[in-house]
Write a protein that binds this ligand. Structure first.
Ligand SMILES: [Fe+2]
Length: 287
């Protein structure tokens, strides 16, 4: 091995990391070394800047636990999470596209009947989400499992409510024989990403908006179809064009329609006005 010089150190490091035992690991690590070195050369990284970066990474690890996922947040705001989602979940035109899972999904939500209420005592205005789960040819997909979760009318998730034990604003629904589903909930509010950690420290040094537009999360699975992890977004929301985690896709923007008091999608009569969202979910057949 040659002794290193400023000119050859990248090649020397790549050669060393090319000893990775797995071919895929070798590909990833040698590429990482190549791009890290190119980055440092391009910006002519100073010793102080390199140390500041190391300290930022250290703080990002120290603030993280099983609920606070600061590295995922860092990946989200850099656009890396969404890039990985799009590269790994390409869908044909017309199919509901994937977007980020986000940090607030909780496994094992309660099973609810079609039209069942997942809002309980949550803040927010009454809202019904209805639609059809179908395939690209327009055929209904019965028995699809829809795992739905969202923030409340103040932009807060169950996972952020200290001491909360009862499930809130999450439920598992199934599409009926005609592919239809109906979720009874409340309107969500958009929210700021956590700004009290190292990611917030970085964002504050920019003009980036820390807000996400209002949305409802869906994870939809049906035998014979590709799983889709997605959100629906509220048309007209002021943060649609600047979503801090790059999650918005045009096909996922939906109208929240204000309905007068009277019959609701479940057939019950509401004595107050309510909101209605129509959102069809189009699944792509599994290969
Ligand atoms: Fe969310």
């Amino acid at each position: 091995m040659p002794y290193v010089t400023e000119e050859n150190i990248t090649d020397v490091a790549i050669e060393r990391w090319a000893t990775c035992h797995s071919p895929r690991m070798r590909e990833i690590m040698t590429s990482l070394v190549k791009h890290l070195h190119a980055f440092a050369r391009e910006v002519e990284l100073t010793h102080e800047e390199w140390l500041a970066g190391i300290q930022w990474l250290t703080r990002t690890g120290q603030i993280s636990d099983d609920k606070r996922l600061e590295f995922i947040l860092a990946s989200d705001v850099l656009g890396l999470s969404m890039l990985v989602v799009m590269m790994n979940g390409r869908t044909p035109t017309g199919a509901t596209p994937n977007t980020v899972l986000g940090p607030f999904h909780i496994e094992g939500s309660p099973e609810l009947p079609n039209g069942g209420d997942m809002a309980g005592d949550a803040s927010g205005e009454p809202c019904f989400v209805t639609g059809v789960v179908r395939d690209l040819d327009g055929n209904p997909v019965p028995g699809a499992v829809l795992d739905v979760w969202q923030a409340d009318g103040d932009g807060v998730y169950e996972a952020q409510m200290a001491g909360r034990e009862e499930p809130l604003l999450r439920g598992i629904y199934r599409s009926g024989p005609d592919g239809r589903y109906c979720v009874r909930t409340v309107t969500p509010l958009g929210y700021s990403i956590p700004m009290d950690g190292p990611v917030g420290d970085l964002i504050r040094q920019t003009s980036i908006s820390e807000y996400r537009p209002a949305h409802i999360h869906f994870l939809v699975e049906a035998p014979g179809y590709e799983r889709v992890i997605t959100h629906l977004f509220r048309e007209g929301d002021e943060y649609l064009d600047t979503d801090v985690v790059f999650g918005v896709r045009r096909e996922l923007i939906t109208q929240f329609r204000r309905m007068p008091d009277g019959p609701t999608p479940t057939g019950e009569v509401s004595s107050t006005p309510f909101w209605q969202i129509d959102f069809d979910i189009v699944l792509n057949k599994a290969a």
